[in-house]
Design a protein around this ligand. Structure first.
Ligand code: VGL
Ligand code: ZN
Length: 235
């Protein structure tokens, strides 16, 4: 008799435990925004600065979009002859670094030049409800990995003001590349007072000299949460 009682008890317990687990998922509300960073042709296979498996983020982000009322998209948007291009300096090669007036700058292949197909959003990215596209890195002399502040850490893009004016308190960052534009965007968002999660499987990294592990460590130190797309409750 005792055994039977215990089974009944365990059955009742799991019946309440299951819905409780589902309710533990994150449900983004009106004060949350999804930020989709640089999902552009330049950063996927066939682009000028391809991130390994960069295109794999597209279906993950498309699916996540249904859970968000507010979506912001960013585009890396450089001039020709941009200060972040190795080709702008005699004797410099892509992936080397240099010092510019605002600090250290990794030099990249020419990429995401304004108005080119390379700079266009990935054709399979389906974000019809996105409300803002913010372009960055458009000043010839200054880069901007972050969607919030240019590389001098002073010049605002206006994104923080936009989000705050609309009552956004929490941002979920996705896109390319985890260790550059995603990480800088996430860390600046923290600095500007937002709650921040990076959705890991909705991002891919460049990983230049250990930059991917370093970025996760730096983000954790700033209070950026590392979550998975499965942690978000789909509407
Ligand atoms: C990015 C390097 C250069 C990025 C942009 O989107 O992460 N990385 N420009
Ligand atoms: Zn760039």
């Amino acid at each position: 008799m005792q055994t039977v009682d215990r089974r009944v008890f365990l059955g009742a317990l799991s019946a309440v435990a299951l819905p409780a687990f589902a309710a533990g998922k994150i449900k983004p509300g009106a004060n949350s925004a999804l930020i989709v960073v640089d999902v552009q042709n330049c950063f996927v296979t066939g682009g000028t600065l391809p991130v390994a498996k960069g295109e794999e983020v597209v279906p993950v982000i498309n699916k996540l979009a249904a859970a968000f009322e507010n979506i912001v998209v960013t585009q890396d948007w450089h001039t020709a002859g941009h200060a972040s291009f190795a080709s702008s300096y005699a004797g410099k090669k892509p992936f080397e670094a240099t010092k510019l007036s605002y600090g250290n700058q990794v030099l990249w292949p020419d990429h995401c030049v304004q108005g080119t197909d390379d700079a266009a959003l990935h054709k399979d990215l389906k974000l019809p409800s996105a409300q803002l596209i913010i372009r960055k890195g458009y000043r010839k002399a200054m880069d901007s990995y972050s969607a919030f502040e240019e590389a001098d850490h002073k010049t605002a893009t206006g994104l923080a003001g936009y989000l705050k004016a609309r009552g956004i308190k929490t941002v979920f960052v996705t896109g390319l590349a985890t260790d550059f534009c995603v990480a800088w965007t996430a860390m600046d968002a923290r600095k500007l007072g937002f709650e921040v999660s990076v959705i890991e499987d909705a991002c891919r990294g460049i990983d230049l000299n250990g930059s991917l592990a370093a970025a996760w460590k730096a983000m954790a130190a700033k209070g950026v949460k590392r979550i998975q797309s499965a942690d978000i409750e789909m509407a």
